[in-house]
Design a protein. Structure first.
Length: 387
C-alpha cells in the first residue's frame, strides 16, 4: 500500500492552486460579509473537474482516489478559501460509489460529473439524538413501490445549493432489531421534488458563513428505487461516507494549519517592534514552530487514512485519528497566528479572524473530539464503552 507525503502530487497541487489564485482574500471576505455562497468558485471547480475527482472515468469523472480528493480540499483551504462550501460532494460520492446500484450510478454520476446535478447534502443528524445516530427517529415506511418519510433533521448543510441529498432514516423499529446499528436505510432524495411536497426547510444562521438547515418531513414520498444499498443496512452504508468525510475534513484542517503558519511566519518576520522583527523573539516563534510540527504530524495520519480507504481496507481508527489530530493542530495554529498578529488579527482585511472562525468548527463537527477519543478508547484500546 503506497502512502503519499506532502511532497507528492505536485502537478495536482499546482493546478488546484492556479484555480484558487483567481479567488483571493477579497473574494472570500465579500462572500463572508454577505453571508453568501461562493457560486463562482464552485462553478469553476466543477468546470475544471475537481468536484468529480472521485467519479470513475467511465461516468465522466477523473477516477482519482480519496488521497487526491483530500489534496484538492487541502489546497483550497491552504489558499485562503473555504472548501466547506463544496466538500459534501466528495464524501457523499463515497456512499454512492460503494453502495449504489449500477442503475443509480448510471442515472446520477454522469450528470454530477458534468455539473448538471450536485450531491452536496447529507441528512443524518437529528435535534434530539445528536451524535447517537442509532437512535434517530426519522422513519421511512414502505408502501408498495415507495417509502413514506416522517421526522426531522438538523445541520443539513448545502441543501440550498444541491439537487440531490443523501438521507438516513429508520426502516425497522429499533425495538425490532437485534443489533442497534440495524434497521437504518440510506436514500437519495430529489431536493426540488421534495421541497414543498413533504419536506420543508428552515435555514440556521451560525457563527461561520456555512449554509446549513433544519428539515421537516411530513409524509414525504421517495421511490423505492432510490434506496441505496440493502434495506436495514444503512448504518454500514453511510459509515464509508462518514470515514471519507473525516479524512477530507482532516485535509481541510491541514490546509488551514499551513495557511495559519505561513501567515504568522510572514507577519512575524516583517513586523518591526522595538527596532527588530517580532519573529526574533522565541515567545513569538516557538508557538508558530510548534504548530507547524503538529500540522505535519496530522498530515501523516491523513495520508495513512486515505491510503487505507483507497486500498479498500478498514480505516475507521485512522480516519478518526486523522480528523482529531488535524482539527487540534489547525486550532493551535489559528491561535498562534491570531496572537502573532495582535490587534490586526481581528481586522477583517487580514483574513485571520475569518479563517479562525472557520477552522474552529472542526473541533465540534462533523464529529466532536470527545467522540473520537471515545471511539479510540473502545475500538482501538479495548477499554469499556463509555457511552
Amino acid at each position: 500500500m503506497d502512502i503519499a507525503t506532502h511532497e507528492d502530487h505536485g502537478d495536482l497541487r499546482e493546478a488546484v492552486r492556479a484555480l484558487c489564485s483567481q479567488f483571493d482574500g477579497a473574494y472570500w471576505r465579500g462572500i463572508d460579509e454577505a453571508r453568501g455562497y461562493p457560486d463562482a468558485f464552485a462553478e469553476a471547480l466543477t468546470k475544471a473537474g475537481w468536484l468529480a475527482a472521485l467519479i470513475p472515468a467511465e461516468y465522466g469523472g477523473s477516477g482519482l482516489g480519496l488521497t487526491e480528493a483530500s489534496i484538492i480540499m487541502e489546497e483550497i483551504n491552504r489558499s485562503g478559501g473555504n472548501s466547506g462550501a463544496v466538500h459534501g460532494q466528495m464524501y457523499n460520492m463515497s456512499t454512492l460509489l460503494r453502495a449504489g446500484s449500477a442503475e443509480q450510478k448510471q442515472a446520477y454520476l454522469p450528470r454530477i460529473a458534468s455539473g448538471e446535478l450536485r450531491l452536496q447534502s447529507m441528512a443524518v443528524t437529528e435535534p434530539t439524538t445528536g451524535s447517537d445516530t442509532t437512535k434517530l427517529k426519522t422513519t421511512a415506511v414502505r408502501h408498495g413501490d415507495r417509502y413514506v418519510v416522517n421526522g426531522q433533521k438538523v445541520w443539513t448543510s448545502r441543501l440550498q445549493h444541491s439537487e440531490l441529498m443523501i438521507l438516513l432514516a429508520r426502516t425497522t423499529a429499533r425495538e425490532a432489531v437485534k443489533k442497534r446499528t440495524d434497521g437504518l436505510s440510506v436514500f437519495i432524495v430529489d431536493v426540488k421534488q421534495a421541497l414543498g411536497k413533504g419536506m420543508s426547510m428552515t435555514p440556521i444562521r451560525n457563527m461561520v458563513n456555512h449554509e446549513t438547515n433544519q428539515l421537516f418531513f411530513d409524509d414525504l414520498d421517495i421511490p423505492a428505487e432510490n434506496l441505496v444499498g440493502e434495506e436495514g443496512q444503512g448504518f454500514r452504508t453511510i459509515l464509508a461516507g462518514l470515514n471519507a468525510e473525516r479524512v477530507l475534513i482532516a485535509a481541510e484542517c491541514i490546509g488551514d494549519g499551513y495557511w495559519f503558519v505561513d501567515k504568522a511566519r510572514a507577519y512575524a518576520s516583517e513586523r518591526i517592534v522595538f527596532d527588530r522583527p517580532i519573529g526574533m523573539n522565541q515567545g513569538v516563534q516557538f508557538p508558530i514552530a510548534r504548530a507547524y510540527v503538529n500540522v505535519r504530524a496530522a498530515d501523516l495520519m491523513r495520508y495513512t487514512a486515505a491510503a487505507l480507504h483507497d486500498a479498500g481496507k478498514p480505516n475507521g481508527a485512522e480516519a478518526n485519528m486523522a480528523k482529531h489530530l488535524a482539527a487540534e493542530s489547525s486550532w493551535e495554529a489559528a491561535n498562534a497566528c491570531l496572537q502573532t498578529h495582535g490587534g490586526f488579527g481581528f481586522a477583517a482585511e487580514y483574513d485571520v479572524e475569518r479563517k479562525f472562525r472557520e477552522t474552529r468548527l472542526y473541533q465540534v463537527a462533523p464529529i466532536s473530539t470527545n467522540l473520537v477519543l471515545s471511539y479510540i478508547a473502545e475500538h482501538v484500546l479495548g477499554m469499556p464503552r463509555s457511552y
